[in-house]
Design a protein around this ligand. Structure first.
Ligand SMILES: N[C@@H](CCC(=O)N[C@@H](CS)C(=O)NCC(=O)O)C(=O)O
Length: 216
């Protein structure tokens, strides 16, 4: 029986980031679905693991982590030895790891908020209600993606010429942007962002997450 558990929802991008990290390192784990609509994340037993009442939670014996980026970083270090040398998704050299850390923060503070702002008001009612707000959310996401387009001129992946934890963290929201007919063009209009998205979205660890969502 798996000693590790991921508590979360397949509707939650932050849960999907942690699941991608599990598959990336072949970590044996049990998935425990948490129903946010039913308020399971606000029950005392869940709050004892995740004091802000949010998913995901990663449990490994006595260790419980409730921030998805922390889980991705710590598992990438703990299970790095499972990957061939040079293919770890972190770097052992502090100065190279600093660059990965930088782009992990960019995903957290720039990319995800910009994507969610567009997706959250990307329904006809919201768009009609607040056309200017929607336009400015889209303009903001375009600015972020322009920075990515420039960054991806330097390397095949976001930080360097290998896939890192920073790339992994982008998978769920990139998938949503690509799947949504009204946002796909924002990715496709930027050749390097588009090539990067196509490459990382076919990574076996992410395909396993997508199959889990599809129920296969
Ligand atoms: N900083 C947390 C944020 C987690 C988060 O926003 N989780 C959402 C689902 S993706 C959630 O639990 N929402 C329910 C709530 O906040 O009550 C992380 O990165 O893991």
């Amino acid at each position: 029986m798996a000693i590790r558990r991921v508590y979360g929802s397949l509707d939650s991008p932050n849960t999907l980031k942690v699941l991608a990290a599990m598959f990336e390192h072949d970590i044996d784990f049990e998935f425990v679905p948490i129903d946010i609509e039913a308020g399971e994340n606000k029950r005392p037993e869940f709050l004892s693991m995740s004091p802000f009442g949010q998913i995901p939670v990663y449990e490994d014996g006595p260790i419980r982590q409730f921030e998805c980026r922390g889980v991705v970083r710590s598992t990438a270090h703990e299970y790095a030895h499972r990957k061939p040398a040079g293919q770890e998704i972190i770097c052992w050299e502090a100065r190279k790891q600093a660059l990965i850390a930088n782009w992990i923060d960019v995903e957290d503070l720039k990319f995800e908020p910009a994507v969610l702002a567009v997706l959250n008001d990307n329904n006809p009612a919201a768009m009609a209600d607040n056309h200017h707000h929607h336009q400015s959310a889209e303009a903001n996401l375009c600015k972020v993606l322009d920075v990515y387009e420039a960054q991806l001129k330097k390397h095949k992946y976001l930080v360097m010429d290998k896939f890192t934890a920073a790339d992994l963290l982008h998978l769920p929201n990139l998938q949503t942007l690509k799947d949504n007919p009204t946002t796909r063009s924002l990715v496709d209009a930027r050749p390097r962002v588009s090539a990067w998205a196509d490459e990382i979205l076919t990574r076996p660890s992410w395909v396993k997450v997508v199959n889990m969502i599809k129920g296969c």
